[in-house]
Structures are given as structure tokens and as C-alpha cells.
Design a protein around this ligand. Sequence first.
Ligand SMILES: [Zn+2]
Length: 118
Amino acid sequence: MAGRAVKAGHAVGAGCGGGRSGRLPLPKVMTVAEVHARFGTEEACREHLRKLRWGEKLERFVCLGRRPNGKPCGHTKGGWLAKRGLIECGECHHQTSVTAGTIFHRLRSPLWKWFWAM
Ligand SMILES: [Zn+2]
């Protein structure tokens, strides 16, 4: 029985749904003035994300923190700390970054840069 040669026909990247291998598109380079014209500040970007994620009045917020007894908090009232881009739970004071669990969390560059790629 001759050992079958492994078929090399499956091209890398082909047939796996776009095959981008996790690469993100590079942001377009903008001048500071242009960025400010659109989003104002980093804070404004966070505000934008915050609305996308938790809604205008934080109505979709659910705390992911844990109580001292180990149970999930699940509280739905939190305070938005715009300067830091996070929500603090009104119950357990767990803080959730608006970028936690999103692609933005893994990016080290300022948020506004990435808005141009969206
Ligand atoms: Zn909580």
C-alpha cells in the first residue's frame, strides 16, 4: 500500500469564510482635525460605543460582576464614568469597560483610530 501523498490542493485561506486569519483592516490615517470634526474626542468615541452596547439610557446594561457569595450580580443599574469609559455597577461596584469583550479591548491604539475602519 503506497502511502498516499497528502493533497496540497487546499489553499490556505480558501473556503474558510473569507479567510482573513484574524487580521483587521488597517485604519485610514486621518488628521487630528478631521477626527475631531467627526467624533470630537476619545470620550465621544466611548460614548458612541456605550450607546451601541448598552443603549441610550443604559437600559441594556447587566452587571457581570460577582457578589461576595460567588453569585453573579446581574444588577441592571450602573453609573457611566465617561472619563474612564466604563460602567460601575450600582450594587456591587464592579466596573465594566465599554470595550471589554469587543475587538477594541484588544487594540492598544486609541479608539478613534479604529472608527475609521468601521
Ligand atoms: Zn454588580
